[in-house]
Design a protein around this ligand. Structure first.
Ligand SMILES: NC(=O)C1=CN([C@@H]2O[C@H](COP(=O)(O)OP(=O)(O)OC[C@H]3O[C@@H](n4cnc5c(N)ncnc54)[C@H](OP(=O)(O)O)[C@@H]3O)[C@@H](O)[C@H]2O)C=CC1
Ligand SMILES: O=C(CO)[C@H](O)[C@H](O)COP(=O)(O)O
Ligand SMILES: [Zn+2]
Length: 341
């Protein structure tokens, strides 16, 4: 059968193409319902990736955060009409050491192949998870982003030393909000301190213990471990400020994505004996763990609802452009597309 795929042809230009999909016994058909825009999608949409990357990856359907409804399941794993979270990471092998999101052979929707802006997404049963009942679909749409923070917090917990009195989070955007929220819920006895550029944005981080503007951090403010949730051109400043404010033998978790190489003060990384740990994407176990955390702490959902931003119904390519342009000009929050295609 033919599937309509809404691909980014070149920066700021989408087109609908028709792709043949063969029905077989292993692929479940899902109709996307709520999709959420990530900074990675914006880098393709605005053409801020380097030319070679754009040439290699486009045309490609964007979006790797989303939920949908099962319309056909030859595997009998889900019921028709059931809402599911779509997992964009697609592993092709298992490894006893390397997690699915770090395997070089893994594929990723909206990075190396079409993302979720399609009429139907076809997926193996292990790439879908049943959405719990009564979950707000606008929040569920960005489960992938929350699972990335969950994954990084888990990695931190497995590797960082046990002095965890103060945990620093650099950044004041969506990823910083989510990471500090998960840290506070997971380690309620630790102080979570946010270091951001905009006090107006940090005012929404009501659940943390302190916030500082990065231009006026009082002398003597130190953290045991830190999370970098900035990315882009702010990466270098954030990472170097972390190096200045972290105690010896602390762990720095880097999550921000940047196109440029980032100069960092390696002398002080050495002198302080720091561990720098990168975290990218997430895997099925992270989604499952996160859904368990939602069950244990239902108020996480209330906090996540606060970062739902614009909600835009998509019926045409012009609506898609409107969603991406709105997202560029937002102050904060996640832009959600109600996928009515
Ligand atoms: N590792 C992964 O798998 C994932 C990584 N990401 C990446 O994480 C990064 C953050 O994402 P997101 O929160 O959505 O992005 P945002 O752009 O919303 O957040 C970053 C925020 O940090 C602020 N900022 C800039 N410089 C500094 C600084 N030196 N110290 C503290 N704060 C600063 C920015 O302000 P201003 O805008 O004024 O510069 C902005 O408000 C992005 O690079 C994104 O691509 C996202 C998802 C998954
Ligand atoms: O957003 C992300 C995961 O949620 C990552 O930033 C994204 O996977 C990076 O992909 P790309 O290399 O295509 O920018
Ligand atoms: Zn993303």
């Amino acid at each position: 059968m033919l599937n309509t795929v809404y691909q980014l042809k070149r920066p700021r230009q989408f087109e609908a193409v028709f792709k043949r999909i063969d029905m077989d016994d292993s692929q479940i058909f899902v109709r996307p319902t709520y999709l959420s825009i990530c900074n990675a999608d914006q880098r393709y949409y605005q053409g801020t990736r380097n030319k070679e990357v754009l040439k290699q990856k486009l045309p490609m359907a964007l979006i790797h955060e989303g939920i949908g409804k099962v319309v056909y399941d030859p595997t009998d794993t889900f019921q028709v009409g059931e809402s599911v979270i779509m997992i964009p990471n697609i592993p092709e092998e298992q490894d006893e050491v390397v997690a699915e999101n770090y395997l070089l052979s893994s594929r990723f929707c909206a990075s190396g192949e079409d993302g979720f802006m399609r009429e139907f997404v076809t997926a193996r049963p292990d790439r879908l998870l049943k959405l719990p009942e009564n979950i707000n679909p606008y929040v569920a749409a960005f489960t992938e982003l929350v699972s990335v923070a969950y994954h990084a917090v888990n990695r931190f917990d497995r590797s960082a030393h046990m002095r965890r009195k103060r945990l620093g989070v650099w950044g004041d955007g969506n990823l910083a909000y989510i990471t500090s929220l998960l840290l506070k819920k997971r380690f309620p006895d630790c102080k979570v301190i946010v270091f951001g550029k905009h006090w107006q944005k940090m005012a929404d981080f009501t659940f943390v213990d302190a916030t500082y503007e990065i231009t006026s951090i009082p002398q003597g403010v130190l953290v045991d471990h830190a999370f970098e949730c900035v990315g882009g051109s702010g990466s270098s400043q954030a990472i170097n400020q972390i190096i200045d404010h972290i105690c010896p033998e602390g762990l720095i978790s880097i999550m921000g994505v940047t196109e440029e190489l980032v100069p960092i003060n390696t002398r002080m990384v050495l002198e302080k004996g720091l561990t720098v740990k990168g975290s990218s994407r997430s895997g099925r176990d992270d989604y499952k763990g996160l859904l368990g955390m939602y069950k244990e702490h239902p108020d996480i959902m209330d906090y996540l609802e606060k970062i739902v931003g614009a909600r835009i119904r998509i019926r045409s390519i012009n609506d898609i452009i409107e969603a991406f342009e709105t997202d560029i000009h937002k102050i904060s929050g996640k832009t959600i597309m109600i996928w009515d295609k």
